[in-house]
Write a protein that binds this ligand. Structure first.
Ligand code: ADP
Ligand code: MG
Length: 290
């Protein structure tokens, strides 16, 4: 098969690993920087890469970060129009990139969500802060990743000053209930094709409430409850993401959905659970791409 990974950085572990596994399994597989495409829409739609038309491909693995999201979305949409099999939908990538849209998407489902507030103005701060349970509370910018953009405001006064600063600088954010009992940990569930293939508990660096591996956290393999599995599978379907990482918090009220990632990191989960998710992704493509 001819498989294309949309990735800006060929040196990323996840990209290199997918290429390695794809080649081993006999495929033609390469990473293409999606900022190098030109789109031409006339009678036919053409995607031009280095002044050449890209030849037909069988499957797409989008690994789109938040910096050039729109360009990435254009590219994934282009392949959707050509009916190319993809491990992620453009819609899912777009929604999952926005922490408020993601929560909003699930509000009618039977999935527990942390109390979350998006503010269009800062006129009703007192009641908004009260709604999320008062201080300490979490303030998150909408498109942060890897723990960058998540703030724990310890007091109401510091929350107000942070909110006023973000508002003034036109950075979009949400307020969120702080789930104290999760104690700097969260659960990363790796889903491929409506199945949970691997799961780990991430434990934040000492003193940090954020459990991201990129922020110095570590992981350990865990067994999920059936409720946790169900949430992960259900959300992957709702977001139309064949491959995704679903993050959950274990709270007093049971598991809470935190966020969903359309290009989940491969290195951490592989290290801590010893499960070869990269091969899982390529096998999934083999079984499902026409
Ligand atoms: P990112 O996209 O940067 O990973 P997250 O929303 O996943 O953003 O937050 C990063 C980490 O911060 C989470 O993995 C979790 O450890 C911690 N965290 C986020 N939201 C909450 C919350 N409401 N209560 C407690 N901890 C949280
Ligand atoms: Mg996260």
């Amino acid at each position: 098969m001819k498989i294309v990974i949309l990735s800006r950085d060929k040196e990323l572990y996840s990209t290199k690993k997918l290429i390695e596994v794809g080649l081993e399994r006999g495929h033609s597989i390469e990473a293409i920087d999606f900022l190098k495409f030109d789109f031409r829409i006339g009678k036919k739609t053409e995607l031009i890469y280095q002044n050449l038309k890209l030849e037909k491909i069988d499957a797409l693995i989008p690994r789109i970060g938040s910096y050039f999201l729109q360009n990435g979305i254009y590219t994934v949409k282009h392949f959707e129009k050509l009916n190319v099999f993809s491990t992620a939908s453009s819609e899912g990538i777009l929604l999952s990139n926005d922490k408020f849209s993601s929560i909003q998407m699930l509000q009618k489902e039977e999935i527990n969500l942390p109390k979350t507030v998006y503010l269009n103005s800062i006129n009703n701060l007192d009641s908004a802060i009260k709604f999320v349970g008062g201080a300490p509370l979490i303030i998150k910018i909408l498109n942060g990743t890897q723990g960058l953009g998540v703030i724990l405001a310890e007091t109401k006064q510091s929350a107000i000053s942070i909110i006023e600063t973000l508002y003034r600088t036109q950075i979009k954010f949400v307020l969120q209930e702080y789930i104290k009992e999760s104690n700097g940990t969260d659960i990363r569930v790796f889903v491929i094709g409506n199945k949970v293939v691997s799961a780990m508990k991430r434990i934040g660096k000492k003193g940090d409430f954020r459990s991201n591996i990129h922020r110095g956290g570590t992981g350990e393999k865990i067994k999920l409850t059936s409720e946790e599995e169900e949430i992960a599978i259900k959300t992957s379907k709702i977001f139309n993401l064949n491959v995704c990482g679903v993050d959950l918090l274990r709270s007093k009220k049971g598991p809470l959905f935190l966020e969903i990632n359309s290009s989940p990191g491969i290195e951490g989960i592989e290290n801590y659970t010893k499960i070869d998710v990269a091969s899982g992704i390529i096998e999934f493509i083999e079984e499902n791409a026409k």
